[in-house]
Design a protein around this ligand. Structure first.
Ligand SMILES: *[C@@H]1O[C@H](CO)[C@@H](O)[C@H](O)[C@H]1NC(C)=O
Ligand SMILES: *[C@@H]1O[C@H](CO)[C@@H](O)[C@H](O)[C@H]1NC(C)=O
Ligand SMILES: *[C@@H]1O[C@H](CO)[C@@H](O)[C@H](O)[C@H]1NC(C)=O
Ligand SMILES: *[C@@H]1O[C@H](CO)[C@@H](O)[C@H](O)[C@H]1NC(C)=O
Length: 697
């Protein structure tokens, strides 16, 4: 029995074991199914979250919700700035302009029509390239409907094509060492030709300008494309320029041969002296804002802001890469220059610290700055977040080929950044005009003259940190930064306290970004050297650190019988306080407090001078009361002499001068009026004929 019991018990026990095994097998099975189910659920969730624009409404477009952008945590934005500390040695200070905004002389020396001539309604009849499908057929021509300041054109602008020596004297008097300007493509190739020689008169002009700039101690920073496309290249439907696409709607590089020939020619002709090249200025502005938001060309059939800017942007990115490739292969080794691109971004601060708003603000920066930076400074392609959202919206971004990606990736020696202002950004349910599912607002920020311009110095610091984080700390040049202030007269304009504060706040935050956050900022270019043609707004909006009296009058080539547009008469340049504040900073390379920064007063001109171009000759400048006029008298060398000797000298003057702040104008010193600018560096007057008069103390 025992045995039976034993066996029974054994059998029982073996039964139990089998049962146990079965049970545990079942348990494992259940567990396995459970785990598999769980994994499947997780997988589905992950897929769902990752799928573009899908259920992760919290931070749409992101695989991982972005962090709140530092260095300032929500609500800890600074209310004041310290205005102290030194910039790194070799920090590059400059000012900038762009060809169409300042040159004028729009139909001289063989210049071809530009899309901005057409947009503004300038009289382009008979100009090279002015026979496009939508070009003007008889004068007066018609401005584009998105031109706000109707009647304004770049026909004369600040007349810098003729007054470049005045501009150079002005910059010399500021102690400036770097000047950013752009080359006008339709001057160099009036019809945007893809072969052959450039327009010799244009080449001569830029040669002279660059030579004289260098002789005056200034280094040129040259932009190749600042929006003034040769009109000859844009005549839809056949010629689509940046907007060209094939029948399937895919971007095609129709314009590439023309562009490559232009940039190659510029490198070849000017690259011995130009050591910093910027391919494109603000591709975002000249694409996204060119489909009905105020920038040229703004024409059918390219008016769909959800599609057309992205085609143009794609072609522009490929053109950028092609230009850099040409420069690197053919010129960089011998010319030893550097090349990059300038993109623009205003800072977008999350409206609240919610995940949704933080993500929306991040999208705003990615969909503008990231759009044109990621392919170059990232992996050679558009930001994934942007691709996902566009795909979900059914307007997929164009695709780069592997070869294009390879050419794009790393195609810049520095990161050029244009930055003006800051606003809040909050999440929305609708994609909106910019597809960001977000919207901006500005309450609490100080406003400039421009409707879109609100400022906060800390915004620039945050943006600089953003670039550092996203693109692995590239060398950054702030290639534009500025503030518009309205003014009717030179007197009123000169007192530009708000702009002084802007530059103080912004440069102070640049310094903090460098010293405290380790951002590699190498330079800061104030926008602009001069008041100038502010695109669709025309001339009332003033961004200059120097006031321009446009000598308003009638321009027979303007679209309307408008007697309030710039003329090539006498245009006064008068420095504003902001230019003198910046001068203090860049002469010392030390941040200084903005309070009381101002330019010298007219009485500074009173006294005796040595003219460095006419040794030994006397120069006496008498300032009258009120100090708005005066006279110059003295001696000049007698016949056949180059210096004075007190014996054969003949009288110099007396000549009447007018004085406006730190500008002196001599109306009858030579056949044309000439301007001189007080120079704190040389304690004298920089004249626009190149003469320097040094005070004889
Ligand atoms: C500059 O900062 C001061 C505070 O230090 C502020 O009052 C002013 O509004 C700011 N101006 C601009 C234009 O940023
Ligand atoms: C404009 O004129 C030139 C020269 O006559 C010609 O080659 C070109 O095809 C014309 N362009 C358009 C868009 O008609
Ligand atoms: C300059 O403008 C500011 C306001 O922006 C004003 O407070 C100040 O009095 C002005 N100064 C002069 C000298 O006109
Ligand atoms: C001319 O005379 C002044 C004094 O009246 C003197 O300082 C200057 O050196 C003289 N110039 C020459 C070239 O002799």
């Amino acid at each position: 029995m025992e045995i039976t019991e034993g066996s029974a018990s054994e059998s029982e026990s073996s039964d139990t074991t089998a049962e146990k095994r079965r049970r545990s097998t079942r348990k494992f099975l259940y567990l396995g199914v459970g785990v598999a189910l769980l994994l499947a659920i997780i997988l589905v969730l992950v897929l769902l979250l990752n799928s573009p624009g899908a259920s992760n409404a919290k931070c749409r477009g992101f695989r991982q919700c972005p962090d709140y952008p530092l260095p300032y945590a929500f609500g800890t934005w600074p209310k004041t700035y310290s205005y102290a500390g030194s910039f790194p040695e070799g920090f590059v200070w400059g000012v900038g302009t762009a060809a169409y905004q300042v040159e004028g002389a729009y139909n001289e020396d063989g210049r071809g029509a530009s899309i901005w001539d057409t947009f503004t309604g300038a009289n382009t009849l008979g100009m090279p390239g002015a026979n496009c499908s939508y070009c003007c057929q008889s004068a007066p021509c018609t401005p584009n409907k998105n031109m706000v300041g109707k009647g304004a054109t770049g026909n004369v602008a600040t007349n810098s094509y003729h007054m470049f020596r005045t501009d150079i004297a002005l910059m010399k008097s500021m102690g400036l060492k770097h000047y950013r300007f752009s080359i006008s493509w339709p001057r160099i190739f009036p019809t945007g030709s893809a072969t052959g020689e450039p327009n010799p008169e244009a080449v001569k002009w830029y040669d002279t300008f660059i030579d004289e700039l260098l002789a005056a101690g200034m280094e040129p920073y040259v932009t190749l494309y600042h929006w003034d496309l040769p009109q000859a290249l844009l005549s839809p439907p056949e010629l689509g320029a940046w907007w060209a696409r094939d029948k399937d709607g895919k971007p095609v590089g129709q314009i590439l041969p023309n562009w490559k020939h232009y940039v190659d020619t510029c490198f070849r002709l000017f690259g011995d002296r130009v050591k910093v090249w910027v391919t494109f200025n603000e591709a975002w502005s000249c694409t996204k804002l060119a489909s009905g938001s105020g920038k040229a060309p703004g024409i059918p059939p390219f008016m769909n802001p959800a599609v057309d800017p992205y085609i143009a942007g794609h072609n522009i990115l490929n053109a950028h890469a092609a230009a850099v490739d040409i420069y690197r292969r053919k010129y960089q080794t011998s010319q030893k220059g550097r090349i990059g691109i300038t993109n623009n971004q205003d800072w977008r601060e999350p409206k609240t610290d919610s995940v949704e708003d933080v993500a929306a603000a991040e999208r705003a920066v990615l969909f503008q700055l990231g759009w044109f930076s990621e392919p170059i400074f990232g992996a050679g392609d558009y930001p994934q977040e942007m691709k996902d959202i566009f795909a979900a919206l059914g307007t997929a971004l164009p695709e780069f080929s592997e070869a294009e990606k390879a050419l794009l990736k790393g195609s810049a020696d520095f990161f050029g950044l244009n930055h003006y202002g800051t606003g809040w950004f909050a999440a929305t349910k609708e994609p909106g005009w910019d597809m960001t599912y977000g919207t901006s607002s500005e309450e609490g920020f100080v406003q400039g003259q421009s409707t879109w311009l609100y400022g906060a110095g800390w915004g620039l610091r945050k943006l600089l940190n953003w670039v550092k984080r996203r693109y692995n700390n590239p060398e950054i040049y702030v290639t534009e930064s500025g503030w518009s202030v309205a003014a009717q007269t030179a007197e009123e304009a000169a007192n530009d306290t708000q702009r002084v504060m802007y530059f103080a706040n912004y440069t102070s935050e640049v310094l903090s970004a460098i010293l405290e956050d380790g951002v590699d900022v190498r330079g800061y270019f104030a926008w602009s050297l001069l008041d100038n043609f502010e695109w669709e707004m025309g001339y009332p909006i003033r961004f200059g650190t120097t006031f321009v009296d446009y000598d308003l009058g009638l321009d027979p080539n303007a679209p309307l019988p408008n007697s309030q547009v710039p003329t090539p008469g006498f245009q006064l340049r008068r420095r504003k306080d902001s230019s003198c504040f910046l001068e203090q900073v860049w002469r010392s390379n030390v941040m200084t407090a903005p309070s009381g920064a101002s330019c010298v007063k007219p009485l500074v001109f009173q006294g005796r001078y040595r003219d460095t171009t006419q040794p030994g000759c006397k120069r006496v400048l008498d300032v009258y009361k009120p100090p708005t006029s005066g006279s110059i008298s003295g001696t000049r060398p007698g016949p056949g002499r180059t210096a004075c000797n007190n014996v054969t000298d003949i009288p110099y003057g007396p000549a009447m001068v007018t004085i406006s702040g730190s500008t002196v104008v001599c109306t009858d010193c030579r056949t044309q009026s000439s301007q001189g600018f007080w120079s704190a560096g040389s304690l004298g007057i920089e004249w626009d004929d190149g003469a320097l008069w040094v005070k004889d103390l």
